[in-house]
Structures are given as C-alpha cells and as structure tokens.
Design a protein around this ligand. Structure first.
Ligand SMILES: Cc1cc2nc3c(=O)[nH]c(=O)nc-3n(C[C@H](O)[C@H](O)[C@H](O)COP(=O)(O)OP(=O)(O)OC[C@H]3O[C@@H](n4cnc5c(N)ncnc54)[C@H](O)[C@@H]3O)c2cc1C
Length: 541
C-alpha cells in the first residue's frame, strides 16, 4: 500500500510496476515455465505520445473540473485486460471530453440537470478499476459529449454510530482511505476486494463488489444499511434499517446499478470490531475433487470461515503457495469476540475426512486487547496464507507487466450450484483450452474458489496465453467469448462480482429474465428520463 503517482495506462502506482530488469527476468522465467516462446518486454508508453481526440464540447457552466491531458487519459478506461492493452498502445480514442470533480451533492445535481438538457452523457467514476468497460465513454452517437464524474472529493467518514455498529461514509473513499478513518474508532468495514487500494465505496456499491470474506459477508450488499444517490429527477435516499420486509428493497435497486440510475454519494455501512482472534490452516489434497468436497462440507456446516479459498495445483503454483502439484485449501476464521479453536478443529476434521492433510497444523493467534492491527496486504501473518495474500495484491502489477511482453493474461469468475460444478468446470476448461490453442497455439488455465456458499462455490479462472503483438485483442476476444458462452450454457452466472458493464452485457441479457430487463429499463426511464447516465451499460438508454 502507499502513495505515489498512479500509472496512466497500467494497474496502480507507477513505481510498483516491475522495472525493465524485472520484466526481462519475468519473461525468461515465464517463457521457461509455460513454454511460451519469444516473450520480449516492450518499451513502456509515454504520456506525450498518446492518441486522444480534442474535447467536443465547452466546459459546462460552473464546472469544478478539467480537460487536461492527464485527467482525460486517466478517465478513459478501467483496468481490464483490454483497457491495459489499449493504454499500453497509447490509444485513448474513447476519452471523455471533460472530467468533473464535484465537492457536494448540489454540484452533482446541477451537472446532471445541465447534461440532461444538453444531451451530454455522464459516467460516474470511482477508482476506475472496472474490468468490464463500466467507465468507458463508448456511448453511441446520441450525445454531444461525455463527462466523467469523479467522486474523489467525497472521501470522508462522516459519522460513526458505535451503538448500532455502522458508519456513514462518502462514496469516493477508497479502501485504505475509509479504513484509516475508521481505525481511530476501533472498527473496520473489512471489505477487501483485490482492487482495495484504488477502488471506492461508491464503486463497490454500484458493482456489488465481492470482498475478503469467503462466506457470509461476501458482497458489499451484506454491509450496506442505507444509501444516498443523486438522480436527474431528485434525491434517492433510503432509511437506516437493519432489515425490512416492506416490499421490494430500495437499496437493492441501487446495488449493482453500475452508474445508470444515479450518482451514489454516501452510504451507511455495517462495521465491526477489529478482529482479535484468528485461526488458520492450509490443507493439501492430491486431487481437486477432494478439495471441492471439503470446501462444500465446510460451507454447509454452518461454520462460516472468513477464508475458504480452494486453489487448484496451477493456481497454488502461480501464487507461490505450493509448487508440488497439490490442491490447497486456505482456511481461516476470525473473531473479535471469542477464540476459534473449536471452529478450526471442526473445519479441519471435515477437510481431513475428504482426504486432506495438514502437515503444518493450525495457527492460532490472539492479537490481545488494544493491539493495533494493520489492514490489507500488510497484515502480518506467516505461512502459505501470507504468501498467497502478498501474491494476491501484487498480481495486478504482474498482469500489467505480462501484457508488456506479449502475454494474454486475464481472469473471469462465476458462481454455480455444487451439483453443477463438475460439468461447468470441465466445460470451461475444455472450451478455454481449445480457444487458446486455436487463437494462440498454447495457453494455461487455473482455477480457485473465491467464495463458498452452502449451495455452491464461486469459481475464479485465470488464463495465460502467448499473444501476437498487434493481434492480441482479437485473440483475447475469441477466448473471452468462448469462456462466457460456456458459463451461460452451463447454468452459471456471467459474473459473481466483477459486474456487467459494457463487456458482459450480451451474456447478462441471456441470463436475466426478459421481463426483468424491461423493468430495469423502466426504472432507468423514471430516474434518468434523458438517458444520460452511463449509456450502454446494463440496458439501452
Ligand atoms: C486488479 C483488479 C482486481 C479486482 N478485484 C476485485 C475483487 O476482488 N472484487 C470485486 O468485486 N471486484 C474486483 N475488481 C473489479 C473492480 O475493482 C470493482 O468492480 C470495483 O467495485 C470498482 O470500484 P471503483 O471505485 O473502481 O469503480 P469504477 O471502476 O470507477 O466504476 C465501476 C462502475 O460503477 C459505477 N460507479 C462508480 N462509482 C459510482 C458512484 N459513486 N455512483 C454511481 N455509480 C458509480 C461506474 O459508473 C461503473 O459503472 C478488480 C479490478 C481489478 C482491476
């Protein structure tokens, strides 16, 4: 974690991207390990060389914003494989015309009114970490221009209610920013998507992000108590309630709205005491099937581990957890209230009954009262889980570096019921391997479970294949299409937590009930009658 200058084309901070020497070594190591030939790091792009059209519209009146090259370039794309490839090539053709940095809801409301009248598209922008084209200004011809509306000035924790264990937080706060403000109150949100460092609370709510908990509190949905959203037709604010059975839930309309219904400005979220007790263990399995059986038994036992990540052998190798060809289940429990010996013992006995071994035993930790805990990647833990966590937060830098040497490196994720997992997994692996072979001549795919539910897992796939420079987007598109088709054909979802955006929309339309699509369109018409908000995402404006 840290400050620094964010890269205009790659993931994260410039200084954390592997340097030329490291990229060269990586190319050699990976070429050897995976048999990809001719991997050669290419020079990094320079800001002054990028291709970007001039702004088409003048600044809206009273705009707190900018049309500087850096502002427009850093608001052109999210951080998907496609985005990084285009950024690396210096292609910023879909740049927004202006970037707005409003300081309050009144400024947002004024801007939405002006843009509705002038037919200018507005794209709400949090951390810009979308991997589904969610912030890309591809809006069709019906607009005079596009404004990216960046929430970075709304980044404060406004109130903490320790009695109800909730906090009121502005939408533009990034993970580290909101955790740093919660820490003096002794509470934490503990929502750690892999993009934690750069993504925002508003983005998490708009995309229904998935965080650190493998069970129970998996999506941000489970942590949202109430929200405020500025729409072109007025303020949409919900009541603070622990639960309610009063008709369809208004929060549910906002969760996953992906910037098409309004601009989320703040939310009351459920926080918790910082955990004191931890128990963890790593279980090894000779076969993936045995690991799957163990994960299912634990998910169905009512134990609710905070971590229950199953890594197939290749995933364990890529993340530096194990190189000896075994499947690994990373198990952890945490609590602010009680020691966890009984929970980890029971989970381990279930895992062993499924054929697992635990050569290193369990690790129990009591941070003690008043112990200051650090969050995210810096969390001081030893063992495989720590190796995995470090690799987890470094992986996006590695992906950017791989792209610079001609490797197609991407991930996709889903969820399915346990009874459908075997067939889905086989179909996905066969389809993706076939597509990589056809498009690239080689490639590898790995799988892990990010979350497990009593009725099914959330499998997450990583694929790596050698690219032909200049053709990589066509090669990637072929693999991505085949993978997405396999998910939908096998009854799984197009996304467990990466959202729909522009990229997944064709498959989302196949997945959702048709009347639901119409209802969503009607909701959009009611809240955004001029159709200016993030056109092209989820539904047609
Ligand atoms: C390396 C990497 C790792 C990732 N890991 C995870 C992960 O573990 N879990 C996960 O769920 N996702 C993950 N993602 C995807 C992404 O980080 C999430 O979708 C995240 O929630 C986006 O947040 P953001 O603030 O960056 O939003 P942005 O990318 O800025 O926007 C995403 C969408 O939300 C809308 N939006 C943003 N803010 C607002 C607002 N205030 N009001 C209305 N609409 C808004 C945008 O218009 C857009 O449609 C990852 C992405 C990357 C690049």
């Amino acid at each position: 974690m840290g400050d620094g200058r964010k890269s205009f084309w790659a993931w994260g901070y410039e200084e954390r991207l592997p340097n030329d020497e490291a990229r060269k070594m990586l190319a050699e190591t990976l070429g050897r390990a995976l048999g990809f030939k001719g991997l050669t790091p290419r020079p990094l792009p320079k800001l002054e060389d990028v291709r970007i059209p001039a702004p088409r519209i003048p600044a809206p009146p009273h705009l707190d914003g900018s049309a500087s090259l850096l502002d427009r370039v850093t608001h052109t794309y999210g951080r998907s494989y496609r985005d990084i490839v285009r950024g690396f090539a210096g292609d910023f053709t879909p740049a927004p015309d202006w970037v707005a940095y409003p300081k309050d809801e009144a400024q947002i409301a004024k801007l939405l009114a002006y843009c509705s009248k002038e037919k200018i598209a507005v794209i709400p922008f949090g951390g810009g970490t979308s991997v589904v084209g969610g912030v890309e200004a591809v809006v069709g011809d019906g607009y005079r221009g596009v404004i990216a509306l960046d929430l970075r000035n709304l980044d404060r924790v406004l109130e903490v209610d320790l009695t109800s264990r909730a906090a009121r937080i502005q939408a533009g706060a990034t993970g580290p920013r909101l955790e740093a403000q919660l820490a003096p109150h002794g509470v934490t949100l503990r929502h750690y998507p892999q993009s934690f460092e750069h993504s925002t609370l508003g983005g998490w709510i708009a995309t229904r992000a998935g965080g650190h908990f493998a069970t129970l509190y998996t999506h941000i949905d489970d942590l949202v108590e109430s929200v405020r959203m500025v729409t072109p037709t007025g303020l949409f604010a919900t009541r603070r309630l622990p639960a309610s059975g009063a008709g369809p839930s208004p929060e549910r309309l906002v969760l996953g709205s992906e910037g098409i219904l309004g601009v989320i400005t703040e939310a009351w979220v459920r926080v918790q005491a910082r955990p004191r007790w931890r128990a963890s263990a790593n279980v090894r399995f000779a076969k993936l099937e045995d690991g799957v059986q163990a994960a299912r038994a634990i998910a169905q036992a009512g134990l609710y581990p905070s971590n229950c990540r199953l890594l197939d052998a290749r995933e364990a190798m890529l993340h530096g957890v194990s190189a000896d060809g075994v499947t690994v289940l990373l198990l952890a429990f945490e609590s602010a209230d009680h020691p966890l010996d009984a929970w980890i013992d029971r989970a381990l006995s279930l895992a062993k009954a499924a054929g697992g071994t635990c050569p290193d035993g369990t690790r129990l930790r009591d941070a003690g009262q008043g112990t200051e805990e650090r969050t995210g990647a810096a969390e001081a833990e030893r063992g495989d889980a720590a190796a995995w966590r470090q690799a987890f937060f470094d992986a996006p830098y590695l992906q950017s570096a791989l792209i610079t040497m001609g490797v197609i490196a991407d991930t996709f994720e889903t969820a399915c019921t346990w009874d459908g997992f075997d067939a889905l997994h086989r179909a996905v692996k066969d389809a993706v391997r076939g597509a990589m072979q056809d498009a690239c001549g080689a490639g590898v795919i790995s799988c892990r479970f990010t979350h497990v539910y009593p009725d099914g897992p959330a499998p997450y796939y990583t694929f790596l294949a050698p690219a032909r420079p200049g053709e990589e987007l066509a090669q990637w598109e072929r693999i991505k299409r085949v993978a997405s088709d396999a998910l939908i054909a096998n009854g799984a979802t197009i996304t467990h937590h990466h959202a729909v955006g522009r990229l997944h929309r064709p498959w989302h339309e196949r997945e959702r009930p048709e009347p639901f699509g119409r209802a969503l369109q009607a909701a959009k018409r009611a809240l955004d009658p001029a159709g200016i908000l993030n056109p092209g995402v989820l539904v047609d404006p």
